[in-house]
Design a protein around this ligand. Sequence first.
Ligand SMILES: [Zn+2]
Length: 291
Amino acid sequence: MSIVNARELLIKATQERYAVGAFNITSLVQMEAVIEAHIDCKAPVIIQTSVAPAKFLGMNVLVAIYRTLAESAPIPVCLHLDHCTDVAYCKKGAEAGYTNIMVDASKQHFDENIRQTKEVVDYCHALGDISVEGELGTVGGVEDQVRVVENEAELCNPDQVLAFIERTGVDLLAPAIGTAHGIYATRNPKIDFERFKKIFDLVNGETIRTPLVVHGGTGLPRDYVERFIAYGGSKVNVSTELKHVLIDATYQYMNAHPKEYDPGKIDRAVKEVTRQTVFNWIEWFGCRGKA
Ligand SMILES: [Zn+2]
């Protein structure tokens, strides 16, 4: 099973009401830690990179590592390109071997969002078994290419959802409902759950057609995550937390061992803390044993 796109993983997850974690990574150590934690729990997983690490490390390098790890893993593993605002780069990601592409034209007018999303969908579907995620409305906070102020974030309009899906043929939808990237300014961020549920019910009846994606997982309380899953969300993105874990574990290790010059030990420390963090999310998502 190993190398899969996101669509097939998420339709099953939506039907059975659990979520698949989509973890943003910037290094080999993180990718290994996330996949190994999911192997331990027999859970499906989505590895994702935003555009900056894809450019820095090289998509071909990332895909080669992904394929090597995923092919020997007894669980399904998807590789997703996150928040790509450049249609040409989305196509490059698909060509390189990413199995799910997010084209983020959410800052564009509705018709232009449809045009760009459809162009990526048509390309990916013609190229192979590659699914595509689109966004309607704007997720708050900071993603490497995309910056918006949280209170200016514009939520997804349910009246546009069906037309967006029908005209683009998009496989997954990320509706903006008040979640944000980065660290939430408050412990109880204002999330429009009713809007999320309404969108889910509009799009998916008895048959699950278009799985829904929740961005900005870092910092959401457990009951929020469980409510999203109950309302039909099946992909939850976690990015900021893994960045913090990597940096904090590195500092802690170096402070505890100031005279040691063995980078492998820092990697092992980062890997272990990352695994523990991922185990926690797997419990929240209810995806243990679902692979
Ligand atoms: Zn996002």
